[in-house]
Design a protein around this ligand. Sequence first.
Ligand code: PLP
Length: 379
Amino acid sequence: MNKVISPVPPLDLTQQYATIESDVSAAVLAVLSSGQYINGPVVESFSAQFGDYIGTTECIVCNSGTDALYLALRALGIGPGDEVITSPFTFIATAEAVSAVGAVPVFVDIELETLNLNPALIEQAITAKTKAILPVHIFGQPVDMDAVIAVAEAHQLPVIEDCAQATGAQWGKKRVGSIGRVGCFSFFPTKNLGGCGDGGALTTNDPEIAATAKLLRDHGSKVRYHHEAIGINSRLDAVQAAILKVKLQHLEKWNTQRQIVASRYEQLLADVRGVKSPRATQGGSSVWNQYTVLIENSTGEKRDRLREKMQSNGVSTMIYYPVPLHQQSVYSDLGYAAGSLPNTEQAAGEVLALPMFPELTVDQQEQVVSTLKAVLKTL
Ligand SMILES: *Cc1c(COP(=O)(O)O)cnc(C)c1O
């Protein structure tokens, strides 16, 4: 008898919600009946718990990961005329925040094994205008922070970690977000710790940065209706804080499940020629927001056909990111020639993110890999 095969989604937030539904509902209802929807005790306690979890003395929650990056840059005094070194292989928000404060993103190439910015290329990108280094722990994989911190210290530059995809990931014994001067997190629903809407946080051990970020987040105001800087309005809603507080208790377990899913993929893919699994960074532990393989020698076209055929065979995959940031039209004025960041450009043509979420089953993973193998043969 044929087994009925159902489609495998790229991710499924409903399964996880079902396991915590009663706790989440109770937490949300408590906020609703409290009448305190902006700031207040739930936001305070989530903020303190999140800072403790990451391992910093300060945590400023805000409306999104994008805002966390913007606030971090502004709190460090970065603005027009300044340069910030970052990865071209990330979501637009990383560079967008740099541009939003009036500074210029300077992209350095990535390593194909980790898809993270290559720390060995940072030094040659430093100029008199460089004001910060902004590594991104892409797909949950920690950047080699020893190497980043070494070059940052040699040049007395602050490091801002973009941890949006890496909540809970560790470099050595430390969690990402506690290693550089500032860590920036997103609670967008698909992140490892995701709310039911937007949210973000900034972590630091520097009370001055925390105070400035808080001021800027609150319309440049410490005392209500007294404004000492042009800030923004970026709050984490009490309802989101309540949901995130419930979910934070499960994060370690979910991240462990993602690690199990990742090692299963690695085994299943070990003998598949032409498909390269991501390498776990030596010294770090990834929390696998994505499991992104490289379809070797693809230059986009082959990978896209593979993806379409897998889709019609019931396996959904995603492409993060089809266009690197230095090749986005919005950054055409930065003048990066084609081929200037070769690993990044190669990655954009070869990446394929396989379904990844904590509840993915062995059967589903086997279906993903057997579909991938079968389709590869037809290309
Ligand atoms: C999601 C993401 C952001 C932005 O977070 P939002 O909460 O969506 O604003 C920033 N950087 C990276 C790498 C991300 O993946």
